[in-house]
Design a protein around this ligand. Structure first.
Ligand code: TMP
Length: 213
């Protein structure tokens, strides 16, 4: 019987280069004739994209942290049901820009709701589905923010308007989440130029994914 597809996620602070790196991973899988889809959270499909626009609307400054956490979990649940689970079932690898770890870090730590409370609502939303492998692009908040500011074509969302202090909390949050899951989450130093990050990432893909394909 054909095995399930691999579920690979990318995590990182804002401006860590996730989108660029995701494109490189996709190209690598394509060169190895590995079927894949590329998607993102919050979003990926109509219902979840609509939830995304509510969450990230710069006008929604009144949004309560719990509301935010529940909306992310709602978008995640729909995205899993419509996109991720059907693909994995067909043996297709899913590359996803952000997943539960983002909620644990942004809502659990940076917004202060607590990792366990956020894990709990996400357990309900995901039915316990977790990635096989996660790459965390570790970038200094100052570097991340300067990249965001230099990229004029990027959408400016509500979270981009957060302070440097918030982004520092995000980094500390990732460190906390990673410490508990060193096997699943691979840390890549994303302060370096993209080609260096990519080289290291490809080596991990060879060792952890392609050997089983
Ligand atoms: P993006 O810029 O990587 O597309 O992500 C949009 C923003 O949403 C980013 O600032 C991180 C945030 N986010 C959360 O706060 N919680 C979540 O669960 C997810 C998926 C994203």
């Amino acid at each position: 019987m054909k095995r399930e597809g691999f579920f690979i996620t990318l995590e990182g602070g804002d401006g860590s280069g996730k989108t660029t790196i995701l494109g490189r991973v996709a190209a690598y899988l394509q060169n190895h004739s590995m079927p894949y889809i590329i998607t993102r959270e919050p979003g990926g499909i109509e219902i979840a994209e609509k939830i995304r626009s509510i969450i990230l609307d710069p006008a929604h400054t009144a949004m309560d942290a719990r509301t935010e956490a529940l909306l992310y979990a709602a978008a995640r649940s729909q995205h899993l049901a419509e996109v991720v689970e059907p693909a994995l079932e067909q043996g297709i690898t899913v590359l996803c820009d952000r997943f539960v770890d983002s909620s644990l870090v942004y809502q659990g730590v940076a917004r202060g709701l607590g990792i366990e409370a956020v894990r709990e609502i996400n357990r309900f939303a995901t039915g316990g589905r977790m990635p096989d492998l996660t790459f965390y692009l570790d970038v200094d908040p100052e570097v991340g923010l300067s990249r965001i500011n230099a990229n004029q074509s990027r959408e400016v969302n509500r979270l981009d308007l957060e302070s440097l202090e918030f982004h520092r909390k995000v980094k500390a949050g990732y460190e906390q989440v990673i410490a508990a899951e060193k096997q699943r989450i691979v840390v890549l130093d994303a302060n370096r130029p993209v080609h260096m990050v990519e080289q290291e990432l490809v080596q991990v893909l060879k060792d952890r994914i392609l050997k089983d394909f």
